[in-house]
Design a protein around this ligand. Structure first.
Ligand code: G
Ligand code: G
Ligand code: MN
Ligand code: NA
Length: 253
């Protein structure tokens, strides 16, 4: 209960910060986007993972405020990178949204954040987990269509770990599948079957793929052979602060 109060305070005072992890084109190995990742450095307890505080925010009614903060801060950062001279700003930033944010308000919130920071909608990609989409598929489909109509990109996060019906996938207006990092890890044990199948499925549906959690050069090469469109993982680049990312993009962008 104390942690919930502290989380509310952290959200109100913008003590939840974002790190940005580059995402690369597999073909050119150049960065094409970043994923915004929320961080909470608690004054006494130290860093608390979003795997802990996002569910806590969901249970305590704070996810709306957290979601707005993440959207606004990502847009603010993109606009700041754009203003810096000598910096090749990331073309796009991916924002994670919780299942509980997936309602009729989300398209308006995204549009407002873009407008506030004078950004084109193509600068934002929304990542939604497969399990979030399957809670109420009909409603999710409506919200996704509204987001798509706005002009933002849509990706299904952690693909393959939920319970989505593959038939349903065809009716979702999404652009990209994120191959869950558990399937990328399996490559190193000689088991590329699932990663390969997900990439093939995406290709046949004309969707791009982001392979997540790429930790070795061998995994990156294998994912290239399998036809993954984009790569993300510690071996390519770790999540970094907005300031560090500006310097990083000046060199690598
Ligand atoms: O960054 P890290 O690996 O610690 O993230 C752990 C989990 O928290 C991942 O599933 C990630 O998608 C999720 N996460 C990180 N940042 C956000 C955020 O801003 N919003 C939501 N809803 N989830 C996030
Ligand atoms: O569920 P989601 O894809 O949003 O999770 C993103 C999380 O994955 C981030 O918190 C990030 O810290 C983590 N991550 C990014 N690259 C790697 C990696 O190469 N290996 C592992 N294990 N985690 C990673
Ligand atoms: Mn994600
Ligand atoms: Na993921």
């Amino acid at each position: 209960l104390r942690l919930v109060t502290e989380l509310r305070d952290a959200i109100d005072s913008r003590d939840i910060t974002l790190l940005y992890q580059p995402i690369f084109s597999t073909a050119s190995r150049t960065p094409v986007a970043v994923e915004a990742l929320a961080r909470w450095d608690h004054p006494e307890r130290g860093p608390i993972s979003p795997a802990v505080f996002v569910p806590l925010a969901e249970e305590s009614g704070l996810i709306g405020g957290l979601g707005l903060l993440v959207l606004d801060e990502t847009c603010r950062q993109l606009a700041e990178w754009d203003r810096l001279t000598g910096v090749a700003a990331p073309p796009r930033a991916n924002v994670n949204v919780s299942a509980l944010q997936l309602d009729g308000n989300l398209p308006d919130q995204v549009a407002a954040a873009l407008q506030r920071h004078q950004l084109h909608p193509s600068r934002i990609s929304i990542e939604i987990t497969e399990s979030a989409l399957m809670k109420d598929p009909a409603s999710a489909q409506r919200v996704l269509q509204q987001l798509r109509d706005l002009g933002v990109e849509l990706a299904i996060d952690d693909f393959g770990t939920g319970y989505s019906s593959l038939a349903y996938l065809r009716h979702l207006p999404v652009d990209c599948l994120k191959v869950d990092r558990s399937f990328v890890a399996e490559l190193s044990a000689g088991h590329g079957e699932i990663a390969s199948a997900v990439i093939a499925l995406a290709r046949s549906l004309n969707l791009c793929t982001v392979a997540e959690g790429v930790e070795t050069a061998e995994q990156a090469d294998e994912l290239g052979r399998l036809g993954a469109t984009y790569l993300q993982g510690f071996t390519l680049a770790e999540p970094m602060t907005g300031g560090h990312a500006a310097a990083w993009f000046a060199i690598h962008g």
